[in-house]
Design a protein around this ligand. Structure first.
Ligand code: AMP
Ligand code: MG
Length: 328
């Protein structure tokens, strides 16, 4: 059972729960009204607010621990209207919030990723967040290149980790050696263990891919599906919510192919750290497209890895072979 009395688990699950609740509020108050204007500013407000809140909570729980986050406050310091807005949202959850404190909490995230550190994606899947689809708050504890704890807040997944746009959302937490667990994101905590699917017939596999065409390679996805013999249409989904879906046995294979326009793209650690442990502790396997384990010792990006392949384990060898054949 996940140990909720463990100080790291308690901090990470509480920080992700509060940050998820806050960005959900920002979505309700800012995104929905802005959707018609093609306005990206709600994402900026939510990204900064989420990182500030987690930075603040980490400072209280583990003052000496470094945070590696996607954002830094430089752009925000020159935009006092947005900074005021961010501060207003953060203050609802952290009463000490002032513009200056909020910038300092965000900038905790500038630490170097080495030794023991926390990796944070304050909103993973910003495109999904703006579209009203899937997104996640992702926080992981990495120690000497090994992810020890991974927590995902998925406001638009159900208890069973299926899309649910009106429920309380889903909190998914994995600790090394103790499994992957889920609880409703809001209300009473009721943790249930998650397991990847036992499906070993590729024709019955459900494939998960990025919603955004620019984050993958559509031509290669078609070839991959054909060679693997997958019958169902791949499921398009933003963010590490995909990793929660796979961990819950609601999908079998997840692939991040390299976009033809950005063949040298390398994954960011905050996009993979939490989700990778969520998959492994549920019984799945995660590697890069060449079958190489993800290496979290190479800085803010996974420099030694190309793309990502995750699966329930049973289908990993066949998926790697199909990737090899399509030249991915
Ligand atoms: P997804 O929602 O699965 O497409 O993943 C979202 C993440 O993709 C974002 O957090 C970005 O960091 C990352 N991303 C941005 N550009 C690319 C790209 N060209 N290829 C792959 N991932 C990208
Ligand atoms: Mg991200």
């Amino acid at each position: 059972m996940i140990d909720l009395n463990d100080p790291e688990v308690r901090f990470a699950t509480e920080a992700v729960r509060l940050a998820s609740q806050m960005v959900k509020t920002i979505q309700a108050e800012l995104v929905s009204p802005a959707l018609t204007k093609d306005d990206r500013s709600p994402v900026t407000v939510a990204d900064f607010a989420s990182q500030a809140l987690v930075g603040r909570l980490l400072g209280e729980a583990f003052p000496d621990d470094p945070l590696v986050g996607e954002e830094d406050s430089r752009a925000l310091r020159g935009d006092s209207a947005t900074l005021e807005q961010v501060t207003g949202f953060v203050r609802r959850f952290a009463h000490a919030a002032t513009p200056e404190a909020v910038c300092a909490w965000i900038d905790r995230g500038n630490a170097a990723p080495q030794g023991r550190f926390w990796a944070l994606d304050p909103i993973d899947g910003t495109k999904g967040f703006l579209r009203g689809d899937q997104y996640a708050v992702a926080l992981a504890l990495v120690v000497d290149g090994e992810v020890q704890l991974g927590v995902l807040g998925c406001p638009r997944l159900s208890d069973a980790c299926l899309p649910d746009y009106n429920g309380p959302g889903s909190l998914v937490a994995a600790t090394r050696g103790l499994g992957t667990w889920t609880s409703p994101l809001e209300g009473e905590r009721r943790f249930q263990r998650l397991y990847t699917s036992a499906q070993d017939d590729p024709s019955q596999a459900r494939l998960l891919r990025s919603f955004e065409a620019g984050h993958t390679n559509l031509g290669q996805i078609d070839g991959f599906v054909r060679l693997l013999g997958v019958l169902a249409e791949p499921l398009r989904m933003d963010s590490q919510a995909k990793y929660a879906v796979l961990a819950a046995g609601q999908g079998e294979v997840m692939v991040r192919l390299l976009s033809p326009s950005m063949p040298d793209y390398r994954e960011k650690i905050w996009d993979q750290a939490a989700g990778s442990l969520v998959i492994q502790e549920a019984g799945g396997i995660i590697t890069d497209l060449d079958g190489v384990p993800l290496d979290f010792t190479t800085g803010r990006t996974l420099r030694r890895n190309r793309g990502v392949l995750a699966s329930n384990g049973h289908l990993h060898p066949a998926a790697l072979e199909a990737l090899r054949q399509i030249g991915a």
